[in-house]
Ligand binder design. Sequence first.
Ligand SMILES: [Fe+2]
Length: 422
Amino acid sequence: MSIPEEFTSQYIDHASAEQESPLYKAIVTSKEPYRSLAKQNFHQSAKYGYHHKIEHAPADSPAPGLDLENDDLYYNTEGAAADYWRDANLPKPSKNINRLRQDLAEWGYCLIDQALSDEQLTCMKQRISDQAAGERKAGIASWMGTEPAPGDKLTTTQFVHCLINKGQQFIDCVEHKTEGVQAAHVIERLISESIGERFLMSSFIAIITNKYNLPQGLHQDQAIAPFQDTAAPYTCNTMFILDDMGPHNGGTLVVPGSHKLLSAPGTGQPITTPLPPAINLTAPAGTVMIFEGRLLHGSGVNRSDDSRSVLVMNSIKPFMRQQELHMFSAHTETLKNASDKLLYRLGAIPTGLGGIEGAWNGDHLVGQRLALEQGQYLPVGELSPDSTTEELNQDFGYRHSEVGARQAPDQPERATAKSTAS
Ligand SMILES: [Fe+2]
């Protein structure tokens, strides 16, 4: 097929080379803020930036791939980094909504004291420990988060995915019910004030680190939406802390206040002021940390002999894509028994985005999913006025959608089932 010359790739490349694009190429290809975060000898106590590289550790290190002695590496927080923050009024566990709100605004995170009751903590910890052991035994454990240490095939950090299928308490947490987490209303309020009440649950996972796991590179969770916005975050995390954590077992690394520092230069712009050092989050088991999507963070190095578990639930504004495709991965029973609130959070009641064949606005999508899993969902394919009545009267999935059923009685030209029979 021949097309006009101006539409060929060759012509476009040639014509484009002659002039600067007035579009946004520089921004969409900037690789910021990560290019700036990787700068060497620029940020404080982060000699090689905030990315871990195995080659920066001595080959004979007792912790393969790590250098636990060098204060200048971002994941070692007890030397110069601790000195830097010694007199700062960083967030401490609190039950006071006003203190929590203040911390979240100023530092990008806050710590809810005893967010889980003793009983809720015990129950959650046991369930995660059993589930993780079961997945290891089944040979389906998920080893993620960092690259493996030298000589290992897998990383030592285990993720347990899609917790909504793995215990009622996790569903209660998604729905913000106090039966699952006693601080549910505080958590829900802080998320709502940060990203709006109509947020979606993007993913809910457990992260279990073991001795000498490599640290994560520090990142912003909302960098998935490549905009730096000083006004407000787009995402918000709820982290359930199941073991006492601190520098000894790799308490989550965060750079306090980085939500402001990273967004200040603007989308696609380099960071020109060095960032302060990271800290390892220190908090007792049962604390819930809320942190917003612009905060620089990542898993720290567990130097203890015990594993260290946290659950992370990510919430996002409803225009964003969810990390987990819940309409695919949720158990049938989870979906069948779900409240409207849970379905909404899972993305099963879309409000404009993420629908199926026009069932976009407020339709429940559970019926489509159940039909699909029974091999009975028939999408509408090619049709025309010349299609046979049999073709026209197929049992399309759309007929069973709420919008399809609602409009069916008033369809002006429908070739009826009667005419099929005749
Ligand atoms: Fe993250």
